[in-house]
Design a protein around this ligand. Structure first.
Ligand code: TYD
Length: 188
């Protein structure tokens, strides 16, 4: 099973992805927890751009995120073949939503990411752009509410998202996530 967490900056997906991973492990599941951008060479370069140390135009950034993902997919597939549950903090939906919000053609982004296998569950942690801006404080380039509102609109164009209201209390949000994942596991 392949589970992805998505959402705008500051939505709390990293916290919830980690909590879900702990919970699944306690239930005896073998879980590979991972995130994009990765810690690989391309991921490190991306972090430099996100911090504003160096600049890259949106198309270059889209290609870098996707190159990072190409490497990442190999690792994800290795774990899926072993029967592990994979939990990823961000996946190709991030490239489609963020780089489309930067003005890149959405269909081009979707086609570029065609190689990436679909996840079984895409949990979208929903917060307003205003809340997101207040909560996101890492100093990265995308943490502005006008931009995050565009990103959110791009995310909403995806059909198969499990949307979770992430403005609720942490426990309520996590319980909802566990319910969605439990149901999916039971159906297997
Ligand atoms: P984020 O999950 O916010 O990482 P952290 O919480 O560790 O800073 O991701 C970093 C930023 O990169 C975030 O603003 C979203 C953006 N991003 C893209 O623009 N495109 C992508 O394909 C990915 C994976 C992330």
């Amino acid at each position: 099973m392949f589970i992805v967490f998505e959402g705008v900056d500051g939505c709390g997906k990293s916290t919830h992805a980690k909590l879900l991973t702990q919970w699944l492990r306690k239930r005896g599941k073998n879980v590979f927890y991972t995130a994009e951008p990765t810690n690989g060479e391309v991921g490190v370069l991306i972090r430099k751009i996100l911090s504003g140390k160096i600049t890259a135009d949106p198309k270059t950034l889209a290609l870098l995120f996707t190159a990072d993902r190409a490497q990442h997919v190999l690792e994800i597939e290795k774990h899926l073949r072993k029967g592990h549950i994979v939990v990823s903090d961000r996946y190709y939906h991030s490239t489609v939503a963020y780089q489309a919000a930067q003005g890149i053609d959405r269909n081009w982004l979707l086609k570029l990411n065609n190689f990436a296998p679909n996840a079984d569950i895409v949990l979208y942690l929903d917060v307003s752009a205003k809340d997101a801006e207040m909560r996101a404080r890492s100093g990265e380039i995308f943490e502005k509410k006008e931009f995050l509102a565009k990103v959110r609109r791009e995310y909403m164009k995806f059909k198969r998202l499990d949307i979770v209201d992430a403005t609720e209390e942490k426990k309520t949000v996590q319980d909802k996530i566990r319910e969605i994942v439990s149901d999916a596991l039971d159906k297997r």
